[in-house]
Each structure stands twice: as structure tokens, then as C-alpha cells.
Write a protein that binds this ligand. Structure first.
Ligand SMILES: [Zn+2]
Ligand SMILES: [Zn+2]
Length: 155
């Protein structure tokens, strides 16, 4: 979601739409987009900037805490010397998944879309996690756009 500006390029208030003197205010949990408020709305609606409001309306505290937990989990896995998923691209019915370790080394593996999608997003995911679920083949290159033999096989 972006911000709204008037014809002169001035930021508009997210609540009433008025422009002039509108300022952006941070989410108390640092999660959702900063709220643009005119001086009047800020005075009349102090609740928009409270933790209670952001807990209830944006689920901001929970999202923020989940994000922190995921970051900590990723760091823990990296510290163990493991590779973590960074990106993936489907080529002709197979998914090429790229992993990176703490030192920035990359590895790539091929797997079935079913295997890839089953683990979801946002969680710390290693090649071992996918191997436990199905067949995983080490790719020849770590270039995500290089379809290698799978593209030729099914072409
Ligand atoms: Zn306003
Ligand atoms: Zn928020």
C-alpha cells in the first residue's frame, strides 16, 4: 500500500485525506507501513498510534515477533554451518532451489514442485529438509536461470 499525494505533491492524511502538515508516524512495533496523519487527526485519534490499536488491526506485534523468531532460527541454522534456501525457480516441471551458507557459498538442487511447495515460506529450510521429503538432485550450476538437463529432457 502506498501513500496518497494531492495535486501539489503534498502528502495526504490516511484518515481524512486532507493535505498540509501531514506527517508519517511509525508503527509502535515497527511492522506496518507508517501512518500519514494530519495534525487534526493525530490530535483527535491518538489511538491510531497505540500498541493496542496495532495489535488489534494489523496484528503487528505477532507479525513482528514471528519475524524475529524466524530470523533467529535462520541464524541458528547458518551458525551450524548449514545451507539455507534463498530462491527458487520452476523449469519445465522441476524446481531449481538455491541455498546459501553463512560464508556466502551457494548450492543448487533440483526437486519436484510438490516437494518444494510442501515446506512453505518463511521458515529456515535446508537441503536436508527437502531430502527428508523426497528426491533431491544436486544441480550442475548455481545459476537459477540455467535449466540444465531438465529443460532439454522435457522439451
Ligand atoms: Zn486527517
Ligand atoms: Zn502496526
Amino acid at each position: 500500500m502506498g501513500y496518497c499525494y494531492d495535486a501539489r505533491g503534498l502528502l495526504c492524511c490516511d484518515v481524512c485525506g486532507a493535505s498540509g502538515g501531514v506527517r508519517k508516524h511509525k508503527c509502535p512495533f515497527g511492522w506496518c507501513q507508517r501512518l500519514a496523519l494530519c495534525p487534526r487527526c493525530k490530535r483527535e485519534h491518538p489511538e491510531y498510534l497505540t500498541k493496542a490499536y496495532h495489535r488489534e488491526h494489523g496484528n503487528c506485534e505477532e507479525n513482528h515477533l514471528r519475524f524475529e523468531r524466524e530470523q533467529a532460527e535462520r541464524q541458528r541454522v547458518l551458525d551450524e554451518g548449514k545451507f539455507l534456501r534463498v530462491s527458487a525457480l520452476q523449469h519445465n516441471g522441476r524446481v531449481k532451489v538455491i541455498f546459501r551458507n553463512k560464508n556466502g557459498k551457494t548450492r543448487a538442487y533440483w526437486m519436484a514442485p510438490r516437494n518444494y511447495q510442501g515446506l512453505g515460506y518463511g521458515t529456515a529450510t535446508t537441503p536436508e529438509d527437502y531430502k527428508a521429503r523426497g528426491k533431491v538432485t544436486r544441480a550442475k550450476t548455481t545459476d537459477i536461470y540455467n535449466a540444465e538437463k531438465y529443460a532439454k529432457a522435457s522439451a
